[in-house]
Ligand binder design. Sequence first.
Ligand SMILES: Nc1ncnc2c1ncn2[C@@H]1O[C@H](COP(=O)(O)OP(=O)(O)O)[C@@H](O)[C@H]1O
Ligand SMILES: [Mg+2]
Length: 508
Amino acid sequence: MAPALAARGVTKRFPGGVVANEAVDLDVAPGEVHALLGENGAGKSTLSNVLTGLYRPDEGHVEIDGNPVAFRSPRDAIEAGIGMVHQHFRLVETFTVAENVALGRRGPLARRASAALVRDLGDRYGLPVDPSARIWQLSVGEQQRVEILKALSRDARVLILDEPTAVLTPHEAEALFAVLRRMTGEGRSVVFISHKLDEVRAVADRVTVLRDGRAEGTRLLADATSRELARLMVGRDVVLSADRMPRRRPPGDEVVLRVHGVEAAGDRGEPALRGIDLTVHAGEVLGICGVAGNGQRELAEVIAGGRHATAGTVEIAGTPMGRPDPRRAHRAGLGIIPEDRLHTGLAPSLPVEDNLALLAHRHPPLAAGPFVRRRRLRERARALIDEFDIRTPGPTTPTRLLSGGNVQKVLLARELSARPRVLLAASPTRGLDVGAIETVRDLIVSAADDGVGVLLLSEDLDEILSLADRVAVIYEGRILSELDRADADVEDLGLLMGGDLVAGRSAS
Ligand SMILES: Nc1ncnc2c1ncn2[C@@H]1O[C@H](COP(=O)(O)OP(=O)(O)O)[C@@H](O)[C@H]1O
Ligand SMILES: [Mg+2]
């Protein structure tokens, strides 16, 4: 059977010398979910734009049902049955759902007919949305449904979705996967673009991996290991999920962080921490796992000097912390990788060099005079960019233009170069791609090898298991259990995270 949609030797160059796609071949079979997997910048969006007529390839061509086509515009692709849901939706905010679905069609479609169509298709595919709602009133997840309905209303035989889960909660993502499977059940095809291995595994039948603009291979997911796919994606072996990262040095005896009997209220005055005891030793990684909302954020804030503890004490490298005072915590030796890295941790619109220095520039030698300061700032930034392998056009680039992984490297570079005794890291790899995850984990482990005590807060059990020497579970503001990594069992931990105390007893 001829592929429903194919790319044959597609090359796409951009002015400035970027080869975004190089001789890419892709075969999308009828009735399959075909994932396009690759790191940021691999060329996924470019290829989808070629497949949907937004870009014309410099070489190669697109085929539909085995026949070469030359789209002159996205409209041609739509006529040929290729639908696309872009990363940034293309809906008219002030129009209703029904009006958006009716928009841009060749023949007229009365508003009432369009509303009925939205309801019918919504029922059929599990995409409920109110046809009379205006786009700006909808959640992002609902707007995505409208985009999919729009494609279905034109009877798309192939639907391309560019990183559709980036804007969804895990629950919404599951619902989307069910919709996609319903579509392929009818013989339609789906091209699912992602940089996340686990979700590709959850939804796709086959996967083509893109790296640096080239297709590295196509695999049946049933036959391919995650390790192999990660290697294709990154171009080298990567440490995957729960593998224990190798350590150069065992933890020491000195206690660098002591939290004793800490209680604190949450933002709405509810009890958020109900008596937390924990210690972190020099060179040790203590991982705290738990489902979000069980006190992790409040705990991090109390330690960082950003929230008042109603009871208990915090000591950083032997210095007792009194009233909330972030600067005092920093001076005592605390480094922080906050959960909301781009806003709490950094000033997104400031140049990389300023963010690398935000704390250090208060102290000499960077604080001497305005000119000296800027020059020193830049020298220091250059050195850190080099040492931490931060991919940025230069030290003066606004930080928000960097990829997520490089933003996180800026933070780590700044915090670690201040030589902290304790590093508090909250979900440090959330949302990053595989290569960046590995780099960030390496940096954390090598800080621990250098004697920094690390308190790692994460919902990601695999991350905890790969980094931590000891593991604790937080549930409703209490530490339920604390174990050596060697004794930690994934299933027990998972049950504990859900508050299952019976598992807690068997695990401790
Ligand atoms: N319009 C453009 N002009 C110049 N370069 C671009 C353009 N679009 C993408 N690129 C570059 O092409 C490469 C592939 O980008 P893209 O297709 O967006 O990757 P992905 O979707 O996999 O993250 C990147 O190096 C990117 O910077
Ligand atoms: Mg993209």
